[in-house]
Design a protein around this ligand. Sequence first.
Ligand code: GRF
Length: 192
Amino acid sequence: MEKIAILASGTGTNAERIIRYFAEQKTAEVAVVITNKAQAGVVERAGRLGIPAVYLTGEAFEGGELMRVLDRYGVGFVVLAGFLKKVPDAVLQAYPDRIVNIHPALLPKFGGKGMYGNRVHEAVLAAGEAISGITIHYINEHYDEGGVIYQATCPVLPEDTPDTLAQRVHSLEYACYPRVIEDLVLGRELSL
Ligand code: GRF
C-alpha cells in the first residue's frame, strides 16, 4: 500500500480529514506527518490519531533532513496541507508528480508567496469576487504555480467576512482533498 506523508505548519484540520479518510478506506496509508512548527496543532492531532509526527527545524529542513525522513518512512506520495515552507529541489526531483498542495482560492488568482490563511480570503473579498473555491495542484519550484489538478467553487456572499468565507472553503477542502489524493495515489481518473 502506498505510504503518504502529510506536511503541515498549522492547525491541521485538513491533515486530520486525510488521516481519517485513509484509516477508513485503507487504499493508502498516512505514514507520517512532518511539520516545521513544533507547536502546530497538527502535531497534537497526529498524536491523537496514532500517526507519528516529525518536527524539522528550518536548519534540518534546508540540510536535506526532509528527504531522509521520507525515505525512512518509505513515503511514495507527499501531501501539503497548510505547509508554509518551500519544498527543497532534491525532494521535488525525487517525487515527480507525487507532491500536491491545496490552495484556498481559485489559482492563478490570489496565490504566490505570503498568500495563505485569511490573507487569501481577505484578498478575494477586497477584489469583490462572486466566486471562490479551492485549487489542488502539483508542486514545483515556484509558489502556487504547479499544474492544476482539480478546482471546485463556492459562492462569495455579500455579508461574508474572511472567517465565514474560510469556513465555506474549508468544507470544500474536506470534501474534495482526500478523494483527489486517493485518485492520484491509485493512478485512476479523478472521481469528483
Ligand atoms: C487550508 O485552507 C489550505 O488550503 C491551505 O492552508 C490551510 C490549512 O488549514 N493551504 P488546516 O491547517 O488544514 O486547518
